[in-house]
Design a protein around this ligand. Sequence first.
Ligand code: B3K
Ligand code: ZN
Length: 879
Amino acid sequence: MTTNSQVIYLKDYQVPVFTIETTDLDIRIGDEYTSVVARLKVKRNPASNNPSSELALQGGKDIKLQEVMMNGLILDASSYDLEGSVLSVHQCPDTFELTTECLIQPQLNTSLEGLYKSGGMYCTQCEAEGFRNITYYLDRPDALSIFTTRISADKTTYPILLANGNPLEHGDLDNGEHFAVWHDPFPKPAYLFAMVAGDLVRQDDLFTTQSGRQVDLQIFVEAHNSHKCDHALSALKRSMLWDEQKYGREYDLDLFMIVAVDDFNMGAMENKGLNIFNSDCVLADPATSSDATFERIEGIVAHEYFHNWSGNRVTCRDWFQLSLKEGFTVFRDAQYTSDTYSAAVKRIEDVTLLRTHQFAEDAGPMAHPIRPASYMEINNFYSVTVYEKGAEVVGMIHTLLGAELFRKGSDLYFDRHDGQAVTTDDFVAAMADASGIDLSQFKHWYSQAGTPTLEVTDTYDAANQQYCLTIEQSTPATAECQEKSPFHLPLRMALLDAQGLEMPLQLQTGGMVQGHNCVLNITQARQTFIFEGINEHPIPSLLRGFSAPVKLNYAYTQTQLLLLASKDQDGFSRWEACQRLLIEATRQAMSATTDYHLDEALVTMLRSSLVDEALDPAMVAKLVQLPSEAYLAETQATVDVDQIHTGRETMRLAIAMALENELLACYQRCHNIGSFSQTGEAIGQRALKNTCLGYLNTLNKASYQTLAQTQYALQANMTDVGAALSILIGQKNADLSTPLLADFYQRWQGDAQVLGQWFAMQAGANLRGRLGHVKALLEHPAFDLRNPNKVRSVVGSFMRSAINFHAADGSGYEFVADMVLRLNASNPMMAANLAKPLGRFKRHTLGRQQLMQAQLQRLHQTELSKDVFEVVSKALTNR
Ligand code: B3K
Ligand code: ZN
C-alpha cells in the first residue's frame, strides 16, 4: 500500500491566487550539491477571488530548503511552513519578490524528472511536474512566467551551458568555472523550462522564415554521435517550412536547439527553444539506423517542433487538458507525414496503433476520456488515449469542417489564445466559431471514454431505386460513465457497383456529398440515411480513411470484401477489406483441427498484390501482412493467446506454401535494386522484400535460411540486416542466429542505439519459452536498469511476445511484476508503464486472469509509488 494516493479532480480547478511575472534562476552546479536560487516577482492574480494571503509553492521530496527571503529580507521560520513538500509563505502582500535557495543532488535523481544526470551531462525533464524537484514553485501549467536562467559549472567538464531562449552573456569565473545567462522572452509554464550542462559537440544549420528572419538551428550531441545529426536537422527544416505553409505558423526565437540525451523516459520534450530528445529518437545515420528509425525520428522532430505553437504559445490550463496540445500535435505531425510521404501507408500505421493499443486501453481498467476527469498521477495519462485518440478527435473536427474551415478555426484558436493557458473547450469553441458548425454534441468525445461500435445494416429497394443505410451506435460502460450519450461523428463512405466503380451519390439528408464520397453526420443512437437514384444493390465502402475511432460491423460477404480489396479507390479501405478477410481466415485457422487449407480466393487476392508492380511496394507490404497477434486479440471476446499464436502461425505457413514462387520472385525483384537509397520507393521495396523473406522462412527450408544469412552478410543497410537477423532468431534452430548475434554484437557494441536493437530482437523473439534468455540479457554487462531505452528493449520487447508474457505457468507475469518492483522506487514512471498490461486481465481466459491478479495483489501489498499504485489499484477495482 502507498500512503500518498490523493485523487485530483478537474471539477476542483481554481485559478492560482498569485502569479509569478518573472523567474530568475541562478543554478550553480557542484560535485555534491547543486544550488538553486530562485528570485520570483510575485503578484496577486486579479482573476482569482480567493482573498488568502498565503502563497503555496510545490516542491519535491529531495530538495533542501536553505533560505527564504521576501523583498530582500530573510524570513524567519514563523513566516512560512514546510509541510509535506509544500512551502507556504504567510501574509504575502499583493506584490513582492520572493527568493528561495535550495540544494539538490541531480546525480542521485534516478526518476529522470527534474534536473538529473545522464552519463556525464546534466539535463532536465520538467513535464509534467518535474520542475518542483528543482525549486519551490507554482508548478502548474497555467502559471506563466518570463524566465532568465544563469548556470555556472566547471568549464572543463561542462563546457556547454544551455537554457531556454536566447543567450544573454557568458564568461569565466575563478576556480575553473564558467557561467552562461539565458533569457526567454516568451512567458511559459515551468513544465517548459529546460537546461543542459555537458561536454557536447554542435552541428549547425540555418532556416529563413517566411517573413525573412534567420533562425540558427543547433543540435548538441556527444562527440561520438556527431555523424548522426543530419537527418534530424533536415527533418526540422522540412517541419518548419510545412508549419508555415499548412498552418501559417512561423518560429519565434532566433535560435532553436536540440540536445540528445541517452537516459530519457519518453521520446522527446518540446521545451521552449531547447528541445531535449531521447538519443534513440533523434540520432540516425544510414549505416546504423533502419528505415523505421528514420521515419520515427522525422515524426518526433516534427511533433516537438509543432508544439512550439500547439503547446507552447498556446498551452494547457491544467493537466486534464493534456490532449489540447498532445491530440492536436499528433494530428499535426500525422498530417505532416502524410503530406511528405505516403498518406495511405501512414493512415494504416496510425489506425493499427490505435486499434491495437488504444482500443485495449479503452476496454481496460485505466480507460479514460481524452480529457480525464480525475487522476492520481498525471504521468499515467500520457496515454495512447490522450495522444492517439485525441488526434482522431481533432481529425474528426477536420473531417466535419473540411480543410478550409479547419484552417480558419486553427487561425482563430492561435490568435485568440496566443500567450494563454486554455482548455479543450476553448479549442472546440474556436473551431465552432470559425466554421459556424455546431460542435456541442461533438464534445462528448472529450468526456466519455470507451470505443463506440457502429452496427450497420442496409436495404435496397429496386423499384424505387433507393438504398437505405441504418447505423446504430453503442458504447460500453466505463468506470467514469455507465450510460453514454450518443457521439457525433463523421462517417466517410462511398457506394461501389458490381464492377467496383464508385456510384454517383444523391443523399436525401444527413450528410455532405463530395463527388463520389459522402460524409454522413452521425448524431443519434439509431439513424437511417437514404440514397436516391441507385440502380443496383451497391457495395458500401464504409468508414473510409477510418473517419472515426470506432468499431464498425457490417455483414459483408466474402465476395463483397474481395471486390473492395481489389477495387476500392480509398487506399485505407482497400487494406481494411483485405484485413477483414485475413482476420476471418485466421479465425478459421485457429479452430482448424486437421491441415488448414487456405481459401483459393484469398490466395488469388494476395497473389495479385504481390505481382502488381504498379502498386506502391510499401502498400503491397501492408496488404499482404497478417494482423498482429495483439490486434487479433482485440477481435476476440475472450483472448486465447495460444489459439491466436497457433492460428496465425498456421496462416503464415499456408500463405508461404501457396505463394512460395511469388514471394521469392517479389523478394528478388525488390532485393536487386542497386545501391542503397532512401527514396520512398526504395524504402517500400525493403519493407516488401523483408515481408516476403519472413514468409519464406516459415517454410523451414535451408535455401531460404541461406537467403537470410546472405542478406545479413551483405551488411547493406540496417533495415536489411535487422530484418534478416530477426527472421533467423525466429527460427526454432538457434544455431542459425547464434553466430550472427555474436557478430552483430562485435560490430556494434560501441553504439548504444544499435545495441538497443540487439537486445530488442532477442527479447522480442516470438518463440515459446524465452524467459530464461530474457533474464540472461538482464545480466549482460551492456544492460543497465537505469537506462529506460534498455528496459524498453528487453522488458518491453519481451512483453510484446504474448506467448511469453502470457505463458500459461504465469512465469511471464511474475517476471514483469518483479521488474515493476525493481523500478518502483527508482523510476516510478517506467514501473507504472510496465504494470499497465498486467491490469488488463479481464479479457483473458480464467486461468490467466487468476495468475495476473495474483501478481497485482502481490504488488498491492508492497509500498508503491503513486504511479504504480494508481495502475494497480484501478486494475483491482475497475474490473
Ligand atoms: N510533451 C512530452 C511528453 C512529456 C511526458 C511527461 N511524462 C513529449 C511530447 O508529447 O511531445
Ligand atoms: Zn507531444
